[in-house]
Design a protein around this ligand. Structure first.
Ligand code: SF4
Length: 509
């Protein structure tokens, strides 16, 4: 056992979860500057920037989904990998106990959450040996929303709007553009993509994810791949998918491509999509003591450069004066009066509900009266104080499309009037909103610190047997901002942006 290795790993996890690396901050700062602050995309980016600063200042998780902890290790010959793995697992459990990681490890058969981020396959730890004296540990925390937007193509393939993608670098370019277009706002754009050309289905995805360990401002050593990276950055940002899929100038902040040899019969292009909450850091540690000797990606002597001026952060949500205040419970008339594009500020009671709650409500009555309710697609990070009181420390919206099979039925059965989530929902829900007189409100994905500050208190909790992120939390909120992106009149901003960006994609064939 290395005596300081456990503490080093807790520090690495904490810093990774709470403070974005300088290269990602710089890219996001450019995105904020490039977007008109008065547009939907601009408002979303201001909230994201505030959230980044808030997380760093309070050592809180940048996003409530702290993702799948993935460690890439390089160890000298002779290092005890069994002991290192055990200490990393202990550090992951400790960081979870401290609220820096959300309990995210779920038994795939029973649905039970282990509560400490440990379980078969979690965390992911890969070892490599190298002929250097130190140990290198790189960590990435990549959440479920962006993980679900990963894509893998077997070429040749026919792609929507882009036509045939051949087994060429131009075919690779088309696949990446298609993946970015397909992701829309579901992966919390603006995002970054790691790409692997070749390999097999498993090594392709792994190598694609490994590309995300490159800094956003580096140059590909292979000029052929570098040229595709440049072309994709240019073209993807013409798509106008924009922040959170609201339309806008920045859809992608990075494209990093690697290549592996392949079988003659296969030509895979694997795309790992990461969100704006691109949490990646690393350290070198002394192989005898386990103490950190050097940070990777950041210089601890240089404080993180703020995203915004402190007074802008303190001012909170950037208001235009056109916002509509809504107090829950909401009436049918209020819900039907809202239109796509309206910005609302919600106050009153809000109930969280995600995958387990939706499945439960299809077979059981709700534990609370949901008439007029606001249902929040969110799996918060919640900690219990010494007096038994609950505090939400991170609470941004989760990807809503997962609830598409259930949502319309739940609206109809229980009288829910507003659903808050991110990334939008499909045709069935759109029809359900119209039938039941309800709206879909898009929050800013990943803005976990920003939204936690809109929660005045935790009033109660139901269905705790599903685990912390999946339970139904009863929250008292104040001026919680969200944008109407699907209304009770059959309008959907998500559908409009997808069609408009699809038309632009046609021009990039
Ligand atoms: S920012 Fe969005 S996609 Fe990324 S981890 Fe958070 S919720 Fe998931």
């Amino acid at each position: 056992m290395l005596p300081a290795f456990f503490d080093s790993m807790v520090e690495l996890i904490t810093k990774t979860s709470t403070d974005l690396p300088p290269d990602v901050r710089a890219a996001m700062r450019d995105a904020v500057r490039g977007e008109d602050a008065a547009t939907r995309g601009g408002q979303a980016l201001t909230i994201i920037a505030q959230n980044i600063d808030q997380a760093a200042s309070c050592d809180g998780p940048i996003c409530q989904d702290t993702g799948m902890p993935t460690f890439e290790m390089k160890v000298p010959v002779g290092a005890n990998q069994i002991a290192l793995r055990a200490q990393i697992r202990e550090a992951v459990a400790e960081a979870t106990r401290r609220g820096k990681l959300r309990p995210n490890s779920v038994d795939s058969i029973t649905g039970e959450n282990s509560g400490n981020n440990l379980g078969p396959g979690t965390p992911i730890i890969h070892f490599d040996q190298w002929e250097q004296p130190d140990i290198e540990v790189k960590l990435i925390l990549k959440g479920g929303g962006c993980e679900n937007t990963n894509a893998q193509y077997a070429l040749p393939a026919e792609l929507d709007h882009l036509g045939r993608a051949d087994r060429t670098l131009d075919g690779v370019r088309k696949c990446i553009l298609h993946a970015v277009w397909k992701a829309q706002g579901k992966g919390c754009s603006p995002g970054a993509v790691g790409v692997c050309v070749g390999g097999d289905r498993t090594s392709g995805y792994l190598h694609a994810k490994e590309q995300l360990f490159r800094t956003l401002d580096d140059t590909n050593p292979d000029p052929r791949l570098g040229a595709i990276e440049t072309a994709v950055m240019d073209e993807a940002n013409k798509l106008s998918v924009g922040p959170m899929g609201f339309s806008g100038k920045t859809s992608l902040i990075g494209c990093k491509i690697g290549a592996l040899n392949r079988l003659p019969a296969s030509f895979f292009v694997s795309v790992a999509y990461d969100c704006w909450a691109f949490r990646r850091l690393g350290v070198r540690v002394d192989a005898t003591s386990g103490a950190i000797t050097r940070w990777l990606y950041r210089d601890p002597a240089i404080p993180s450069q703020p995203m915004l001026a402190p007074e802008v952060v303190a001012a909170g949500f950037p208001r235009t004066g056109r916002e509509i205040s809504l107090r829950a419970p909401i009436t049918d008339e209020q819900a039907r009066s809202l239109r796509v594009g309206d910005v609302v500020l919600i106050s009153g009671r809000m109930f969280t509900g995600r995958d387990a709650v939706h499945a439960h409500l299809m077979k059981h009555d709700p534990p609370v009266d949901l008439r007029g309710a606001v249902l929040y697609h969110c799996g918060p990070v919640v900690v219990k104080g010494a007096g038994g009181e609950w505090t939400v420390t991170a609470a941004g919206p989760t990807t809503s499309i997962r609830e598409e099979p259930y949502q319309a039925d739940i609206l109809k059965r229980y009288g829910v009037r507003a659903v808050v989530g991110k990334g939008g929902m499909g045709a069935k829900t759109l029809a359900g909103l119209k039938e039941s007189g309800a709206v879909y409100l898009n929050g800013i994905g990943g803005a976990a610190q920003f939204y936690a500050r809109c929660i005045e208190r935790v009033v109660g909790v139901s269905l705790m047997e599903f685990g912390t992120p999946e339970a139904m939390w009863h929250l008292e909120v104040r001026d919680f901002p969200a944008i109407v992106t699907m209304d009770a009149h059959g309008n959907s901003l998500h559908k409009d942006v997808e069609e408009e960006s699809g038309a632009i994609l046609e021009t990039l064939r």
